[in-house]
Design a protein around this ligand. Structure first.
Ligand SMILES: NC(=O)c1ccc[n+]([C@@H]2O[C@H](COP(=O)([O-])OP(=O)(O)OC[C@H]3O[C@@H](n4cnc5c(N)ncnc54)[C@H](OP(=O)(O)O)[C@@H]3O)[C@@H](O)[C@H]2O)c1
Length: 171
């Protein structure tokens, strides 16, 4: 049985990813902040798709987030076969008007957290000889926008800087 770890599963695209992977027979590890929604989602996915579902309640803007997720993976002794870096948000408006706090949280989550989790999971996948990673970008990854300045830059980082690693290829 393969296991997928998906961030931001309680709504939108991440919720759809969780249902699709469950339908394909994957066990799931769901990550988001809202424990009540995660618990409901766990029960619904287990009942509908008969797969094993665990969840991690975590604010991904926090510096310790990736380390705490890896600690759960180690504690559960689970092998991650697929990682979906989906969780994300926007702070829209002209740069002079937008919230600096939200933009710094965005940089923490879209760049710092995604970099750390991807690297740590990639090492885990390499040790286990298999892995796939799906990074969710945006049209903002390719087209800078004056009203999405930080969002577009962070989404460009996710898609371009972390594009296609060949480090899992065998020599
Ligand atoms: N929707 C679009 O039109 C669109 C277009 C292009 C790209 N995207 C990208 O697609 C991805 C998903 O977008 P969406 O529209 O489906 O988003 P969404 O419906 O707002 O869902 C975001 C998910 O991320 C979680 N999340 C948000 N902040 C978090 C945090 N600080 N820590 C942990 N989890 C957090 C939310 O759960 P909790 O609130 O429970 O934490 C939720 O499950 C994002 O990366 C977004 O940039 C979306």
């Amino acid at each position: 049985m393969k296991t997928v770890l998906i961030t931001g599963t309680t709504s939108g695209i991440g919720k759809a990813f969780a249902e699709k992977f469950a339908d394909e027979g994957y066990d799931l590890i769901l990550v988001a902040r809202n424990e009540q929604k995660l618990k409901q989602q766990q029960a619904a996915l287990q009942e509908t798709y008969h797969v094993a579902v665990k969840y991690i309640v975590q604010d991904l803007t926090q510096e310790s987030a990736a380390g705490l997720i890896m600690a759960d993976i180690d504690k559960w002794k689970v092998t991650i076969n697929v990682l979906v870096n989906n969780a994300g948000f926007n702070e829209c408006g002209f740069f002079v008007d937008t919230s600096l706090d939200r933009e710094l949280e965005m940089i923490n989550m879209h760049i710092r957290f995604v970099t750390e989790l991807t690297k740590r999971i990639l090492v885990h996948m390499k040790e286990n000889g298999y892995g796939r990673i799906l990074n969710v970008g945006s049209t903002g990854s390719f087209i800078p926008s004056p009203t999405d300045a930080v969002y577009s830059a962070t989404k460009a980082y996710i898609i371009r800087a972390l594009k296609k690693s060949d480090s899992l290829k065998k020599n």
